[in-house]
Design a binder for this molecule. Structure first.
Ligand code: ATP
Length: 403
């Protein structure tokens, strides 16, 4: 699939047309209040472009997991309010339990050019996650054109990301989607080298395909976080009570060999921060020691990379022209065990290289540390960005019209 060959919103003639936009408004809510509006802000450029160019803008999104039933706690009503503040214009909320119901039809029929309607949570409909034809047709009946701007849901073939595209005149990627494709796509398929990738997080098993794909693309693969210990075990080190995926030791051994054969530099921790037991609660004060990676005592667990490793990884980042980072280097939820993750985040913040954060925990860590604006791109989709790094085709992008 040539991702860069897909139509974007600017390729559509939107004046006077009813344009359905699939956004990712899956924002965190606490007691009905939006606690992080990043996803709403990220959706604004496409919506503003459509308003300015005289489209009738119909927005849809999922929020949480209502599992195919109308559940008030997953209503998009708070998003409509916040969105209208951000846009500085009214956003009519069509509160239909069936998403495309009387309210939505009436609101759309009454729209003038440049006006905005938001539909109810698409996952109120059971067909949504099964890509059922009836709901796809319902959505398509409201619009002439379809724009997908929900990168965070692009790895799912649902009615509102894929199905609807078959029943409209034309479909295209929005600005956010195009930006994600540009950064992630170029990094993986056409990186400015040296291309350094940093993987962390809890388990090797979660990222098997990512490791394999990146071994074919990257110049250097850095492995930290909980997944590093299975690699250290594969090197024959004792890892004490650290996180270990015993079934994947052979796989890691194979990856070490493959890296060597391909001339990919594969870096693992050389020292570790060890503790007696996992902190409970996770951010509780905790005593630690630093030991070399081949000297973890049998009764201790490593929960962060040590300072020598942090320096080693940071130095490698300095040599890079493109860096992709996914997953924390340690149990960053605890301040004592966040230092490795902070060191890597700092190294990325200080380099002139193109720096891409693969969403999820790493994106949260970078934003919390205040380095967000120092990164070239922070992906809005954890799962979708991982599938991108695995080299998989994302159905939500594949379904858009070719140029
Ligand atoms: P991202 O969201 O950036 O893609 P991720 O969410 O996929 O990363 P996970 O696989 O969910 O990453 O792992 C993140 C979790 O891994 C964090 O909660 C962190 O505490 C934990 N973790 C990191 N290092 C260790 C370690 N050494 N031992 C145990 N858990 C660890």
């Amino acid at each position: 699939m040539n991702l860069l060959n897909k139509k974007t919103v600017e390729d559509l003639n939107v004046q006077g047309k009813r344009v359905l936009v699939r956004c990712d408004f899956n924002v965190p809510l606490k007691n009905g209040v939006i606690t992080d509006e990043n996803r709403i802000v990220a959706a604004l450029p496409t919506i503003q472009y459509l308003i300015k160019n005289g489209a009738k803008v119909i927005l849809c999104s999922h929020l949480g997991k209502p599992k195919g039933e109308p559940k008030p706690e997953f209503s998009l009503a708070p998003v409509a309010v916040r969105l209208s503040e951000k846009l500085g214009c009214e956003v009519v909320f069509a509160a239909d339990d069936v998403v495309v119901g009387d309210n939505a039809r009436k609101a759309v029929a009454e729209m003038k050019d440049g006006e905005v309607v938001l539909l109810q949570n698409t996952r109120y409909r059971a067909e949504e996650t099964k890509n059922g034809e009836a709901f796809s047709k319902d959505l398509a009946s409201l619009c002439d054109l379809f724009v997908n701007d929900a990168f965070g849901a692009a790895h799912r073939a649902h009615c509102s990301t894929v199905g609807v595209a078959s029943f409209v005149e034309e479909s295209a990627n929005g600005y956010l989607m195009a930006k994600e494709i540009k950064f992630l796509g170029n990094a993986v398929e056409n990186p400015v080298r040296p291309f350094v990738t940093i993987l962390g997080g809890a388990k090797v098993a979660d990222k098997l395909n990512v490791i394999e794909n990146l071994l074919n693309k990257a110049d250097t693969l850095i492995i930290g976080g909980g997944m590093a210990y299975t690699f250290l075990a594969a090197k024959g080190y004792s890892v004490g009570t650290s996180l270990l995926d015993a079934e994947k030791i052979d796989y890691c051994r194979e990856m070490l060999v493959r890296a060597e054969q391909k001339g990919v530099k594969l870096l693992l921790p050389v020292d570790c921060k060890i503790v007696a037991s996992f902190p409970d609660p996770i951010d509780a004060p905790i005593d630690f020691e630093v030991v070399n990676a081949d000297a973890i005592p049998a009764d201790k667990m490593s929960l962060d990379i040590g300072p020598k490793t942090a320096e080693l990884f940071a130095n490698e980042v300095k040599l890079a022209k493109t860096v992709v980072w996914n997953g924390p280097m340690g149990v960053f939820e605890n301040p004592v065990l966040a230092e490795g993750t902070i060191a890597v985040a700092k190294a990325l913040a200080q380099t002139d290289a193109t720096t891409i954060i693969g969403g999820g925990d790493s994106a949260a860590a970078v934003n919390t540390l205040g380095f967000g604006d120092k990164m070239s791109h922070i992906s809005t989709g954890g799962g979708a960005s991982l599938e991108f790094l695995e080299g998989k085709e994302l159905p939500g992008i594949a379904a858009m019209s070719d140029k």
